[in-house]
Design a protein around this ligand. Structure first.
Ligand SMILES: [Zn+2]
Length: 260
């Protein structure tokens, strides 16, 4: 993402991030509107900024997530601010024209990465939920209505929240398909010999080691032979060879690449 640092912002945060606040710029829909808005934030005397400006073909970063942008009084401390090219007076159909669809896709990609990084759920908050401190998406209009410190109504009543949030969900789903993290069963205790450890967790570990190709007996008893296999596995993975299945050794049985 291009970076054009905004002039006005606070370094750091005084509250954890919980909101994605959607704005529009009140600037005409052009392929360069994000760049224009960012340049304005970089130089203007009016004390305002946003984290990211978006148009139909790009997004420009103006304030770091870790810093506080000045965009929606009441929701600046705990908000990520996104400015979209266009006008609050736009109808739903105007937001969903060709330019609008490209813009929403660009914006959704940014929002999806924010949802992932800051664990923000993909949902539009009601004003009551916003007031109650819930995490999610909101509009400058709702921030104005709840905190009564500005009178902006962007991005307007025609903004297609359903389409936008569905697009965010799509990005998150696509990403999940990409890098499938293996599901690691919960590690609860060290498996050791001696004395012989018995239990379902031993079974789970033995099954997994068998799956990885180790000649291990799947019987739920952590025996001397299991200790030997464990040590060999630990050496192979660069884990201290203690012969006990500690949390790191347990995790590695699911996450470490299998050595041919
Ligand atoms: Zn706004």
């Amino acid at each position: 993402m291009k970076i054009v640092q905004a002039r006005w912002f606070h370094k750091g945060r005084i509250s954890p991030i919980r909101l994605i606040v959607v704005h529009d710029m009140e600037m005409a829909e052009k392929p360069t509107t994000a760049e224009s808005c960012a340049l304005m934030f970089a130089s203007m005397s009016r004390q305002a900024s946003a984290h990211v400006c978006v148009d139909s073909d790009s997004a420009v970063r103006c304030v770091k997530d870790a810093d506080t942008a000045w965009a929606a009084p009441g929701a600046n401390a705990d908000g990520l601010q996104m400015e979209l090219a266009g006008f609050a007076r736009q109808t739903r159909a105007e937001w969903l024209d060709e330019y609008g669809q490209d813009l929403l896709a660009q914006a959704a990609a940014v929002a999806a990465s924010w949802c992932k990084t800051h664990k923000i759920p993909v949902r539009k908050l009601s004003q009551a939920e916003l007031k109650a401190g819930k995490k999610g998406f909101t509009s400058h209009a709702d921030v104005s209505a709840v905190y009564k410190r500005s009178d902006h109504s962007d991005p307007g009543s025609g903004f297609p929240w359903d389409v936008f949030l569905e697009c965010v969900r799509q990005y998150l789903a696509d990403e999940d398909d990409g890098d499938d993290e293996p599901e690691v069963p919960k590690w609860t205790r060290r498996l050791t010999w001696p004395p012989t450890t018995k239990g379902d967790d031993v079974l789970t570990w033995q099954r997994q080691m068998r799956k990885r190709g180790w000649a291990i007996t799947v019987d739920g008893w952590y025996s001397e032979n299991d200790e030997k296999i464990c040590m060999a596995f630990q050496r192979e993975k660069g884990i201290p060879a203690t012969g006990a299945v500690d949390e790191r050794t347990w995790r590695a049985a699911w996450t470490a690449p299998i050595t041919p």
